[in-house]
Design a protein around this ligand. Sequence first.
Ligand SMILES: [Zn+2]
Length: 167
Amino acid sequence: MVAWRQRLSQPSAGHATIVAVSPLFEEWLGRSHGALTYRMTQVLTGHGCFERYLHRIGREEAPGCHHCADSPEDTVDHTVHECPAWEGHRRVLVEALGGGGLSRPALVQAMVRGEREWDAVAFFCEAVMLEKEATERQRVRTSHPGRRAGPGRHHGRRVSRDNSRPP
Ligand SMILES: [Zn+2]
């Protein structure tokens, strides 16, 4: 947690991250319920299984969403607000939060408001990111079949292990 917090204070974490997270961080750490999961962190920082981010760090050839027909850029906002693939999860989340919007600052505010809200955000992040990670792993396997055999065969596995580890 301390390491993660230090990382957040570094410029590389991105301006949006700091704006979204920092003002409430003390309160956040003081909550007795809930732990920040890796998948919640992905959504709140944008550093995770989002195609635009993966494209930026050279892990994806294109920034488009793999869950939309016309492949708009896959960002946190696209995932949380727009992507039709997550409409069901989104409806549940909106209902649990009872207004206030789904921007990252709004999500953080909801999370520190109560256990119910924390759990709703946690559930949304877990459910959506789990599916996004599964799709990504599938794509890595099918688009680089040669890597499954020979000296490069560990590459695909290393990528998927990295996906399940905190950044
Ligand atoms: Zn989409």
